[in-house]
Design a protein around this ligand. Sequence first.
Ligand code: PHB
Length: 394
Amino acid sequence: MLNHGSINRRRLLRVGGGSLVAATIPTTWAIAQAKPVKVGLMLPYSGTFAQLGENITHAVEMLIAEKGGTLGGRPVQFVRLDDESKPEAGPQNAERLVKKDNVDVLIGTVHSGVQMGIHKVVRESGTLTIIPNAGNNDVTRSLCARNVFRTSFTNWQPAYGMGVALAKKGAKRAAFITWDYAAGQESGAAFKEGFEKGGGTFVRMLTLNFPETNFQPLLAQVPGLDVDAVGAFFAGGGAVQFVKEYAAAQLKPALCGAGFLTEGTLPAQGKAAEGIETALHYGDSLTGAKNEAFMKAFRAKAGRDADVYAVQGYDAAQLLAVGLDAVKGDLDNEAGLYKAMRGAKLESPRGPISFSDSQNVIQNIYLRRVENGLNKVVGVAVEALADPGTGCKM
Ligand code: PHB
């Protein structure tokens, strides 16, 4: 198919007997006429992950505004869908975007279970999909697909980093508390793997259903476990409440976890979060001109501080821009599009990033400690960590 950026103009520039004059330099007029790229944003805008979806959206819009509102010469049109973090509605919601709204690109989502629904649909339709958060390992392992990229993490990456760092600190016994769904289970398994690799003993995994918050029966079991540390995976509103209740229970084992536990949540957690150590691919004290400009622009747009979700959303849009620029807006040039995206080197607010063969981010996992309401970076848990991508064949 021809480049949408110039096709309308070509149609009009007929000379003599109706032959075509190829106008390959897109003028302002041609850009205005170019067919918009329809981008579906399938994200949670309600429920425990609502703020995560909002921050991703703000950051996607921010990058596109920085690019003058066009990608690859085409204006961008958004179709938003609130997936409510409901896995059972995932396939139907994704189908609505792909088949009814005919989106060219799908950016989504946050919840690993919902991601499975999206994945089922886009693996079949071939729709270009960029995951701005959900970490379920399989979508960039055994179920990997050429048209699916991830600018966030696998659930394995930050939790494995935390397990490694905890063992290095000398902890001997640890447990894990989380929601019983893909992200919680995979984070717990990765934390155990990292901790055991460093010589620690993993004692128990305690779970409750997503998105429940009746933490008390689980917290009541902690003193009986005889552990030095408790790891956790919670995020959004659930993380706010868990951290507050853990502090109120005055338990002896130190609380730690995948960094989502204290990410974007510190203003609401207040003193309860002070001193908690977590591992993540971003932190408040990372320096660098890119991050500083990003944080400032995000605050101006969203009215609150940037967090890892905003970074991942911004990078989803950056990656899309690389792809669309490479093919000059022609999404039918799949070979050119995927080649450019797989080879992309992005200047992310988290630092420079690249992509593994299974199209997931290779990145540093930082150790952070909450100090004065900030996730201060205190070390690198694992440098340039790539998910193993086990079983991915493209
Ligand atoms: C997930 O479900 O994969 C998930 C949700 C929220 C996070 C991280 C991972 O903060």
